[in-house]
Ligand binder design. Sequence first.
Ligand SMILES: [Zn+2]
Length: 212
Amino acid sequence: MPNEERSRYWQQQSPIRIARPESFFVPALAGALHVLYPDGEVVLERKKGHQELEWSEAAGTAPWIALDGKKASFRAMHVHRTSEHEIAGQKTELGEIHFVHELVSAERGSTLVVLSVRVESGNSDGPCFSAPAPDSIRVDLKRLIPPRPYRFYRYEGSLTSGTHDELVSWAVFAEPLAVTRGDVAIVQKYAEQTDREVQSLARRFVLRSFEE
Ligand SMILES: [Zn+2]
């Protein structure tokens, strides 16, 4: 059934507007997300005609994360020029990077876990990307995750482009990451996607992993 048909009944779309006072603090959530990216750089590829930096199967085991004890493998990353998620009425200046992961053994419900990192310009330890080639680039994924990754919002939603399929568990980091403008320019050049306006929360609740 096309997604548009489903949405008429149980809308579960992304991105959304997030307000901390309206979200729900769940103490156990802080320990539910583990970002187990390797130290150092990995190679990501841009496939012809795609504005996305993808993991190549030929490169071996993909970096991975775990959410609620379920393993999800890194598939791709891309950036939206202004942040799609709005937190406390704010969109971040430089955009929002999405790290797309696929659950290794999805049984039902969402099959993707997307980590959302809102970025702004600031002091950074130097470039996160290196050796750009026309169709590949080296990137230190770990450095693109905010310093306090245990502070995040979680909700069930959708892809923000294409068919807007409602199969994404979202983890939106509470704090933006400071990066160099050069890093943002590189990810925009390789993997910039259009921005979608915020969608209705409808019947959903947004969970929060931190109290203050
Ligand atoms: Zn995205």
